[in-house]
Design a protein around this ligand. Structure first.
Ligand code: ATP
Ligand code: MG
Length: 398
């Protein structure tokens, strides 16, 4: 593609197109995200909305690849079409411009194409069929290597006659989903692993804004492990917008559990305390659910029986977008969204230090509750201390 040609983009969105009377809310959210994403880019940009279309115009030179890369992280966008924006100077001029566009894009290559004109401005002197035929003919006449194929063309040349005339033929994929902020707010339990960043990304893709909580256990877990989680939050914030990451000191709770509870139940009991703390943070921040990276059977603490035990302590819904995903599928997403290389850095997380050799895979909730009961009186001040340790790191461009 000859990127230098373009000063505009048509932003295509799908699902939000069907939101009926609330559609404008979705479109406005999308526009805000586009404006936010481009703030850090060189160039000045305007985003315009016309019925059924969002246009992005660059008023100066800009870095095409950088702009596209940023747009490709905005949920709600399904396609990005680099577009020529032309003044209406009569059909003869349009035909010349279209022929030269075709040449700039595809040279003399052997290609099949079809012109697909849409006339939103009905006073244009030719109707859509006439525009298709006449532009098609002009393109054909300019080079013998071109053929028209109305059924399966390699190149679909779109011509939209509106306030201006828009010409485009390539659509770069967007991430799909819904604009962040249109689907409520969630609290992600973010560890340094592969799964939870992907889980957060997936929920955000459905329009949910996220905050996150990380439980660290110094000195058993290092500053580098903490920094790794901050880095992961920053990577996903490129998609989700700013994330407030709560960092909670979990050491004393963990030590107390280690001391008082059977070691084969450590992970489950620990996870129950993480969920309790996360739920309080969630409620305080207006979140409507917790999000984890769990997937059935991946480890002992993620069997269905274990999930019953961890789920029991929460009243908010717990969203587990990866629940039925195989590890390999999760890895593929993490590579695609850019978290994988950070996730695999070898810094220990608190769960790997306090793991039992033979963790229960079928915990009995009543037994767990009884053992947890041993902690009750002592755990309250430790929970208070954990809340008090909350260090909030905000990542992502506002
Ligand atoms: P991940 O790859 O996300 O670390 P995992 O396969 O290692 O997941 P577990 O360690 O059993 O799984 O954790 C299950 C889920 O619990 C994680 O996906 C995450 O949502 C949450 N979690 C685990 N450890 C922590 C932690 N230290 N801080 C915050 N959340 C955590
Ligand atoms: Mg983990």
């Amino acid at each position: 593609m000859n990127n230098k040609l373009f000063r505009s983009f048509i932003i295509k969105y799908a699902e939000i197109g069907i939101k009926g009377r609330n559609r404008y809310l979705f479109e406005n959210a999308l526009i805000e995200h586009i404006e936010r994403a481009l703030k850090g880019c060189e160039g000045d940009f305007t985003v315009r909305k016309t019925p059924g279309r969002i246009f992005l115009d660059a008023g100066s030179d800009f870095d095409f690849d950088e702009v596209v890369e940023r747009l490709q992280k905005i949920f709600g966008i399904v396609g990005i079409a680099p577009t020529l924006t032309l003044e209406d100077e009569g059909f003869e001029v349009l035909a010349k411009q279209v022929v030269s566009y075709f040449h700039d894009m595809y040279g003399d290559r052997e290609v099949t194409f079809k012109v697909n004109a849409r006339r939103n401005r009905k006073n244009y002197p030719k109707n859509s069929m006439e525009i298709n035929c006449d532009l098609g003919e002009a393109i054909l006449n300019a080079c013998p290597n071109r053929k028209v194929d109305v059924h399966r063309p390699e190149i679909m040349l779109e011509v939209e006659i509106r306030d201006h005339i828009y010409v485009y033929s390539e659509i770069l994929p967007g991430p799909g989903g819904m604009p962040v902020g249109t689907g409520g707010h969630g609290m992600l339990l973010l560890s340094g692993g592969i799964d939870s960043p992907v889980a957060g990304w997936m929920i955000a893709k459905r329009g949910v804004t996220i905050d996150a909580v990380y439980f660290h256990a110094p000195p058993y877990t290092s500053e580098r492990a903490k920094q790794k989680v901050i880095d992961l939050a920053r990577i996903i914030s490129a998609y989700t917008g700013p994330i407030h990451l709560h960092i909670i000191n979990f050491t004393d709770i963990q030590l107390r559990i280690y001391e008082k509870c059977p070691h084969d139940e450590l992970t489950i009991i620990m996870r129950r305390y993480m969920m309790r703390i996360a739920e309080k943070l969630a409620i305080d921040s207006g979140a409507l659910g917790l999000i984890t990276g769990e997937s059935i059977g991946q480890v002992a603490s993620q069997t269905m029986a274990s999930l019953v035990a961890t789920n029991e302590v929460c009243t908010l819904p717990v969203y587990r977008p990866l629940i039925a995903f195989d590890k390999q599928d999760i890895v593929e997403i993490s590579e695609r969204i850019g978290t994988y290389d950070t996730s695999i850095l070898p810094y220990e997380d608190c769960c790997t230090i306090f793991v039992a050799k033979h963790p229960v895979t079928k915990p009995n909730v009543n037994v767990i509750r009884r053992h947890e009961h041993n902690l009750d009186a002592e755990i309250e001040p430790l929970l208070e201390a954990a809340y008090a340790s909350d260090e909030v790191v905000t990542v992502g461009e506002a």
